[in-house]
Write a protein that binds this ligand. Structure first.
Ligand SMILES: [Zn+2]
Length: 283
């Protein structure tokens, strides 16, 4: 294992009053595991307590430098928020974050005391966080910005080591692109993602992700131009020819999100199970 590898269960201090504790849920979709961020010193805020893992929750309580007073989440996917209700029960900490939208892949146990408005500031025992609404990966996604150190906690809006899945109907590629663009206006020196390593060149990362999605969208247009009316399954291997086949079921979700964005932009049409370019559109 390389020296800088992420080890689940190991507390790592990455900046003043900012510590990372990765949950024991490594996998194809979660990379090395969900990053729980432990913020502050005497009084502590826990951001994204992760899945309902008793071992991870106990670890958070044992390794936090002070009393856990607040629990925040970026969104309510099952690898990010189910630990919140359990940790709140054990500590009495208050829950801050977006309530879950309807849906199976949403943690319906997350019941926040405070639902952050876009731009709302929170002073958590001297550690300040501002909510930045970033729908796209999930309709209720919130990034959390820490202005004094210009650190952005990105949840699954941006993860390190992989692009994120945009799964309709809750995931929305149009919204995701707008939310990525928003970050370019924010003074950010580093990003602390929900999966993977600390990101030191945030502007480069965001511009790279926007370019990546734009290239993918161009490939969707090219595929439809070449194939004529075609099913999503027929379009998929042309658009994701750089992605291993075992990941194609997941890529199919993002492809659907791209197609729905193109439809909304007036560039693609969906008819009886097939997709084609709108009349007059060429690559
Ligand atoms: Zn997620």
């Amino acid at each position: 294992m390389p020296a800088d590898a992420i080890r689940p269960g190991e507390l790592v201090r990455l900046a003043p009053s900012i510590r990372r504790l990765t949950a024991f849920n490594a996998g194809t979709m979660t990379g090395p595991g969900t990053n729980t961020w432990i913020l502050g010193e005497d009084e502590v805020a826990v951001l994204d307590p992760g899945p309902a893992s008793p071992e991870h929750i106990e670890n958070i309580r044992n390794k936090a430098p002070g009393e856990v007073r607040w629990i925040l989440v970026t969104h309510t996917h099952p690898d990010h928020s189910p630990g919140a209700a359990i940790l709140a029960e054990l500590t009495g900490a208050s829950l801050i974050g977006p309530p879950p939208p309807p849906g199976e892949r949403q943690d319906q146990s997350f019941s926040p005391a405070v639902q952050p408005k876009d731009g709302q500031e929170f002073n958590l025992g001297g550690f300040s966080l501002t909510a930045v609404h970033t729908p796209g990966h999930a309709s209720n996604h919130v990034c959390w910005w820490h202005p004094p150190q210009e650190v952005l906690f990105t949840g699954d809006h941006i993860m390190q080591g992989s692009t994120v899945v945009i799964a309709p109907p809750d995931g929305d590629m149009s919204a995701y692109m707008v939310s990525l663009g928003r970050l370019l206006d924010l003074p950010v020196r580093a990003m602390a993602p929900g999966h993977g390593h600390w990101i030191d060149r945030p502007g480069e990362e965001v511009r790279g992700l926007i370019a990546h999605r734009e290239r993918r969208e161009s490939k969707v247009v090219l595929a439809m131009d070449a194939l004529g009316p075609a099913t999503l399954e027929a379009i998929l291997p042309r658009v994701y020819d750089d992605v291993p086949g075992r990941l194609h079921p997941v890529a199919a979700l993002s492809l659907e999100a791209h197609l729905l964005k193109l439809e909304r932009d007036g560039l693609a049409v969906s008819e009886s199970g097939s997709w084609r370019l709108a009349a007059g559109v060429s690559p």
